[in-house]
Design a protein around this ligand. Structure first.
Ligand SMILES: NC(=O)c1ccc[n+]([C@@H]2O[C@H](COP(=O)([O-])OP(=O)(O)OC[C@H]3O[C@@H](n4cnc5c(N)ncnc54)[C@H](OP(=O)(O)O)[C@@H]3O)[C@@H](O)[C@H]2O)c1
Length: 270
């Protein structure tokens, strides 16, 4: 068990949704928290300034930004105990229609952002026997239609983290990932459509989803307990379990679920 009180917790993508809620919860629990995002003003606007908070402008697509972010944390607080690779974007478009640059962008943010930040934080995490975590998705276990690039990026993230966890098995450091179910956030508003523009409107009723605060609470507890993986919602757990045991049936169930979304791109084939 690792209490995050007085620990240095680094979270990528702290300006919105799950990352913002996670940073607020970690601060409440007495951690020193560093967050990054591409818009520093927006990032800073989310928090009351305190000596326990570092806001840093970094685009995780850019390796030099990730290196500078981690270096700034080490300079301020001497090291990193917990790295949460949270920054992420999504998409909604059929593979047949999508500009391939969208898939590249998703891999760059969701996968390469994780690789870069993990690489630069790892020496410190190893020294402190800390935790590297990834915010993945059910799409990291089960490919989702209209989300080819998103699913690929989360499968890649999970494969990377699983391999790393095994490498570090006897190092004292821990590697894990969490897979939220649908959580109220900005992710569906900025999800890329086929031409790379933000889809702007969420197809879900965000009010009915898990809140980012609930999700953040589960992530923090999971980090403290050094869980291997957490699949959060009942629907998510069922999808992962069904996919393992009955993959053919799950193809049809997942198809049906996404076909029934408002403005589903799958209607093109139906
Ligand atoms: N919400 C869900 O239903 C759900 C479900 C499963 C998994 N997830 C995962 O949860 C994570 C957080 O998503 P969210 O739902 O909280 O979405 P969100 O509200 O859109 O927040 C995404 C965060 O990532 C940051 N970000 C995006 N691209 C970035 C980049 N290139 N460099 C640095 N920061 C970047 C954004 O900041 P800026 O735009 O200001 O840079 C923002 O702070 C993602 O990895 C997502 O895949 C979400």
């Amino acid at each position: 068990m690792l209490s995050i009180e007085n620990k240095v917790v680094v979270i990528t993508g702290g300006s919105s949704g799950i990352g913002r809620a996670l940073a607020a919860a970690a601060l409440e629990h007495g951690a020193k928290v560093a967050v990054c995002g591409r818009d520093l003003e927006k990032l800073q606007g989310n928090f009351t300034p305190t000596a326990s908070l570092l806001c840093f402008k970094a685009d995780v697509v850019n390796e030099a930004d990730c290196k500078a972010f981690i270096a700034a944390v080490v300079q301020k607080w001497g090291g990193v105990d917990v790295l949460v690779n949270n920054a992420g974007i999504s998409m909604r478009a059929l593979f047949q229609d999508v500009d391939l640059a969208v898939i590249k962008e998703l891999m760059d943010v969701n996968f390469w952002g994780t690789v870069y930040c993990t690489r630069y934080a790892l020496p410190s995490v190893l020294e402190r026997k800390g935790v590297v975590a990834g915010v993945s998705s059910v799409a990291g276990y089960r490919g989702l239609p209209g989300r080819t690039g998103y699913s690929a990026s989360k499968f890649a993230m999970q494969g990377f983290l699983e391999a790393l966890r095994t490498e570090l098995l006897y190092s004292g450091a821990h590697v894990m990932w969490v897979s939220p179910g649908f959580t109220a956030s900005n992710i569906r508003n900025v999800a890329r459509s086929s031409d790379g523009s933000a889809q702007a409107e969420t197809p879900l009723d965000e009010q009915k989803l898990m809140t980012a605060e609930e999700c953040a609470h589960i992530i923090l507890k999971g980090i403290e307990k050094r869980k291997r993986t957490i699949v959060m919602t009942r629907q998510g757990k069922l999808a992962v379990w069904m996919n393992k045991l009955f993959p053919g049936i799950t193809d049809r169930l997942v198809y049906k679920h996404f076909l029934n979304e408002p403005d589903s791109p799958l209607k093109k084939y139906h």
